[in-house]
Write a protein that binds this ligand. Structure first.
Ligand code: NAD
Length: 418
């Protein structure tokens, strides 16, 4: 089967929700609500480019479900992003917030564009116009965006400023992942990687793997991949390979991660870093290791390459990196998979902490933030592991079961308006 025929996006998330709701006897009214996104906004808007042309861009903001609280989810800038993918990512956010038990629903936004080829001023104009187009949906009590692939704290600052100008006063809590100077949280930049580290160490402990003897391979050298690699190395793991979109680098003795990241900053790629051997993106996923962290984009592990994976643990730093077909193969091969909605929840947890700090106008230091992050991640991991053992299901199914039960309780308790 080719990669494309496996690309199911929202359908594959819905199929899994459907299946697990059936097994758990979740009432039809809850199941049916989770099959659709509550609100979907598509916008087409003009932006003045530096050369004087006007280009029309397409963007989305999708709220999947807000039964447990205001909706939360990142904004992606990518040339290939589409409505189906944004729906799938919004649904994953609903499940993720529920599995780590923070009072949020799920949402996601995107603009079809290539931020790598745009100037800062073009990006600012695009962001401000997109923010004003989606202003009817977002707000600190309604729907709170954050960074995702292709966006960053500066882009969040422009969204916060644009929204605030519309209101006539500053509204820091309308976005998270902001720069520290305007109400961002300490620890937010590293949060997803730190959460991946916590879940990786808990998975290793469960399988009786000593982290100081573990080898780690990381796909993706961005916010999630580079930080996870760095923090795992500081915990004593040996990170032997890492990649970006152009390819990967390998050293069986362990990489000098600082050197690799500096090389990427200077040249745009990890390839050619000192004391490393080049590997292709395909070869990297097949390297023998204890822990494989997939932290790039969706559908990294598909039917064709899943049988070739030789890791004992897979940690899904990215959202949706494993197709359902690949997931089955990995489980049949005895690989312990820490699913995306659990593994990468550190980002939304610290986003929640940033939002709380913004609402109360009182900010915590990094020790405090990391402490809460550790507690929430550990509680969630242990709850999911408990279901995994009790119900004899894989970790992904267990995580969905925890999330769906909480969503059911919220929907049934609130009832239906009117
Ligand atoms: P990023 O843009 O900072 O990094 C992505 C990295 O993946 C880049 O290094 C890129 O070169 C690399 N990449 C792209 N295609 C690749 C390929 N085929 N092979 C190897 N590497 C490839 O993005 P990010 O913020 O690190 O997000 C990565 C994933 O994690 C996404 O799925 C995102 O939705 C998810 N995620 C991010 C956060 C967050 O806080 N940033 C939180 C939760 C989940």
């Amino acid at each position: 089967m080719s990669r494309n025929t496996e690309e199911q996006g929202f359908k594959s998330v819905k199929d899994r929700i459907n299946d697990i709701c059936g097994r758990m006897n979740i009432p039809e009214m809850c199941r049916a609500r989770l099959m659709e996104c509550e609100r979907e906004l598509t916008v087409h808007f003009p932006v003045k480019m530096d050369d004087g042309r006007v280009e029309v861009f397409t963007g989305f903001r999708i709220v999947h479900n807000d039964s447990r609280g205001p909706s939360k989810g990142g904004i992606r800038y990518h040339p290939d992003v589409n409505l189906d993918e944004v729906r799938a990512l919004a649904a994953l956010m609903t499940l993720k917030s529920a599995v780590v038990n923070i009072p949020y629903g799920g949402a996601k936004g995107a603009v079809i564009c290539n931020p790598k080829t745009m100037s800062q001023s073009e990006l600012e104009r695009l962001t401000r116009r997109y923010a004003s187009e989606i202003a009817i949906l977002i707000g600190p009590e309604r729907d709170i965006p954050a960074p995702d692939v292709g966006t960053n704290p500066q882009i969040m600052a422009w969204i916060m400023d644009t929204y605030s100008m519309g209101k006539g006063y500053s509204v820091p809590a309308v976005v998270t992942g902001k720069p520290l100077e305007i109400g961002g949280s300490t620890g937010r930049f590293e949060a997803t990687g730190r959460g991946c580290m916590v879940s990786t160490l808990l998975a290793a402990k469960h399988l009786r793997i000593d982290p100081r003897e573990a080898t780690v391979v990381v796909q993706g050298c961005g916010n999630v991949g580079a930080v996870t690699a760095d923090i795992l190395a500081k915990e004593g793991c040996r990170v032997i390979a890492i990649s970006d979109s152009k390819g990967g680098v390998y050293n069986p003795e362990g990489l000098n991660l600082e050197g690799v990241v500096d090389h990427k900053k200077e040249t745009g790629s990890v390839i050619g870093s000192r004391n490393t051997e080049k590997v292709t993106n395909a070869e990297l996923l097949e390297l023998k290791c204890d822990i494989l962290v997939v932290a790039a984009l969706e559908r990294a592990l598909i039917r064709a390459n899943a049988p070739l994976v030789r890791a004992r643990i897979i940690v899904e730093g990215a959202n949706g990196p494993t197709t359902p077909e690949a997931n089955k193969i990995l489980l049949d091969n005895g690989i312990f998979v820490v699913p995306d909605i659990l593994a990468n929840a550190g980002g939304v947890i610290v986003s929640y902490l940033e939002w709380v700090q913004g609402l109360q106008s009182f900010y915590w230091d990094e020790t405090e933030v990391n402490k809460y992050l550790g507690v929430l991640m550990t509680n969630a991991f242990n709850k999911v592991l408990h279901i995994n053992k009790d119900e004899k299901v894989d970790m992904r199914t267990a995580a969905y079961m925890v999330a769906l039960r909480r969503l059911e309780t919220a929907m049934m308790t609130r009832g239906i308006f009117p």
